[in-house]
Design a protein around this ligand. Sequence first.
Ligand SMILES: O=C(O)[C@H]1O[C@H](OP(=O)(O)OP(=O)(O)OC[C@H]2O[C@@H](n3ccc(=O)[nH]c3=O)[C@H](O)[C@@H]2O)[C@H](O)[C@@H](O)[C@@H]1O
Length: 431
Amino acid sequence: MSASPIITLDKNGQEILTVGFNRFGFDSEVGLEALRSLYLRPHYVVSADEIPATASDLDEESQEKQHAKFNQGHIYLSKSIFHPNTHSISYTTLSRFPPVKLLPPSTRKRILVTGGAGFVGSHLVDRLMLLGHEVTVIDNFFTGSKTTVSHWVGHPNFELVRHDVVEPFMIECDQIYHLACPASPPHYQFNAVKTIKTSFLGTLNMLGLAKRTKARFLISSTSEVYGDPEVHPQSEDYWGNVNPIGPRACYDEGKRVAETLTYGFHRQDGVDVRVARIFNTYGPRMNPYDGRVVSNFIVQALRGEDLTVYGDGKQTRSFQYIHDLVDGLICLMNSDETRPVNIGNGDEFTIGEFAELVREIVEQVQERDGEKPAKRVGVVYKPIPQDDPQRRRPDTTRAKETLGWQPRWTVRMGLEEMVRYYKAKMAEGSI
Ligand SMILES: O=C(O)[C@H]1O[C@H](OP(=O)(O)OP(=O)(O)OC[C@H]2O[C@@H](n3ccc(=O)[nH]c3=O)[C@H](O)[C@@H]2O)[C@H](O)[C@@H](O)[C@@H]1O
């Protein structure tokens, strides 16, 4: 199934053709199409009458033909063929890698991304790879998945290591993006002790590595360090309102102590640190079952199920698209800003309003694709989780002033792209 071309307009109505920018001596600009081809790639679904009764009956010649279809064109295409009638999947090693920039050794960096097979990590990896850097991913695949970066496996600039950051890891590198930690409330509460260990021991290990290698260290912190905020919007100077013994504490307090450790190494050992406080982010490759609101609502709407709003839906969140976040992370890493920086989008919605918006966008995409759902999905109300923050919106003045960064994607544009991604995943059989 190939989706119709998407024209993406930014907040000022200008078409977005590239993401990233050349700032602080680091050029992070790549074409949106090249990036999009890595996650919104055309999926080729073999129809039942095209293939024999079982996948194993495919003779070599017809398999070659099937695979050849994937490897035409200038951009990376899918490496898998889904057989709906036998519910099986064929993988091929015939894939070719998307072209990456050829950087001179003096500007090529050795970059470690912990949690690089996760939602945020995999998008960061795509960008760093296309830019021509050497990227090593470590991930324990608890919430990350090999499929998010499988299109780079085998590339000479790329290495994927199964490793849990609670154990030390040795490597020579110039920059460390430390992202490893479950981020969705159901996931991080699933094994609270492990979440705390990951935040504390994982960060301790990676800071130790940064100290030894003199690599620059960036940690992905979170808006959850502000807890259920009494100040709105939240600026970096706000100290937060966190329940230290509640069900969210394993993550909130874990990230708070991770920040404390980071500044401990900075003051005591001179480690060069960056702290990004990330606000609610969404986009393709978000695990459809991870339980966060954006993935839940889109998948529910696409399946024709009612959207589950927790509580009365009056709590607010501000949603940022993944490409804006990656722009912000790269910008921060290469800047001189060592204080914490909020990276988020100021477009604030009540969850009730957001449910309406998601429903509307899913309906628009379905209509454009000529699909008519049997009925309009509704909204059902479920109990609000304990300690669910009531209001959240980033004050991004610091990011604007010191990084020259501001979000460019409208929520509408980002959601539409994410809907297309999940639709393709459904057609491919993986949702
Ligand atoms: O991004 C952030 O700043 C942080 O906050 C998120 O936590 P939360 O904002 O609670 O994210 P969701 O689980 O997506 O929930 C957002 C709101 O929607 C509600 N919700 C969630 C899911 C659902 O099906 N329905 C629903 O109404 C939740 O109760 C909550 O009020 C995640 O914990 C982290 O990824 C992250 O660090």
